[in-house]
Design a protein around this ligand. Sequence first.
Ligand code: 4AD
Ligand code: MG
Length: 482
Amino acid sequence: MKKHTIKDILSDYKRFLHHNITVQGWVRAFRSNRFIALNDGSTILNLQIVVDFEQFDEELIKNIKTASSLKIEGEVIESQGAGQSIEILAKKITVLGDNFSEELEKTVLQPKKHSLEVLREQAHLRFRTNLFGAVFRLRSAISFAIHQFFNQNQFFYINTPIITGADAEGAGEMFSVTNFDLNNLPKDENGEIDYTQDFFGRKTNLTVSGQLEGETAAMGLGRIYTFGPTFRAENSNTTRHLAEFWMIEPEVAFNNLEDNIDLAEDFLKFVINYVLDNCKDDLEFLDKRFAEEQKQKPERERAKEGLIEKLQNVVSKRFKRVSYTEAIEILLASKENKKGKFQFPIEAWGADLQSEHERYLVEKHFECPVVLFDYPKEIKAFYMKLNEDGKTVGAMDVLFPGIGEIIGGSEREARYDVLIQKMKEMNVDEKELWWYLDTRKFGSVPHAGFGLGLERLVLFITGMTNIRDVIPFPRTPKNAEF
Ligand code: 4AD
Ligand code: MG
């Protein structure tokens, strides 16, 4: 027998009308011993079950509590009440799992008493709420849309290693991977840890990016993308940083910086359009929640647009493309900078942009997504293409309202000798990266790519404000429960 989800039944209800069907789910509410709101996770919508309690055993009716799980057999009928088109007239009810503790209701399900922080400590239970159901269904849809976009555009999905010896970003923010007994580390004659005795015979770490390996794949396959977990041991306890997050990294042979920016813009718009078209119920729920949240804020802090409206605006307007140099001029001339409102005032060209600056540009100055390009070479990674001015590199960052940087990427330095020179200047070990340098030896081509942080995109689309609430089990400094 084919099992029907509540989503199947509600989205195609005419087909089910007057049929006997079986549904299974959790009780969201049980009103007047007569109406069960049943949810099975397939949609945010509940299916109404009508129970003629006189027809059922009293004990059974007592066990129908919020969160208990049920199997219902009954007839699909037209609904008498407002709010739904159909309901199920229950003929047989089986309690699959009794909810015998009040704990779940107290900690998770009672909407007014909990805050998102409390729910974070109950991450294993929060899937059962409407809010997290919507967030994680959207996260899944977004991931699917990402694969679909690349598949449609003839990209190949490549899996790059999670354990690696390379530090792609050169920032040194890595978690070590070892099977040494940490209380008894082998030392060499200089008293240093002897990694030749470690599992891999060398020092290894969790990857911070699959880019370098991705580039080697693009040199044979043309268009590739990676989609996997990445790890950063940066101690930034912010609402936008995770120690473990998912990154999508396309890499394209024969693309230059402009092609790369076009790809990033098309890609983001495709994914947002996909959820607008396919995730209406969840987005409408989040849109209402977002509006409620705005009402709690002082007037001047309120968002100018609703959540869905914001998504529609992003897909309909062209992203503003601005060079780093222009951005610095705008920031230097801004009231905020002159009046010392920035925590990190901009003093001159060459300054690294902080998230407050990025958000000023996006939210106050341009009021739309912004792509910044051609950054000073000193503040960007070694692999980026050196521009003719000798001062800047072909980097690009996509900045989104409310988020700041959502994508970081660049055209790559394809010239062997220039790359070696940059590695020397930036103290990147040539010997370690011998295999990466090979990409520039045998038929090197211009190429470009970028990385999208999945959770930052999910934050933007769902209107959630803390990145810990858009990944099922967040990993942050001092926190790795579950
Ligand atoms: O700008 P990043 O560091 O770029 C790279 O890693 C390049 N190798 C990408 C490439 O060109 N293939 O990181 C890319 C994106 C950021 O824009 C941000 O969205 C996300 O990854 N990101 C994080 N997301 C959550 N928590 C963190 N700690 C993040 N660090 C970066
Ligand atoms: Mg970056």
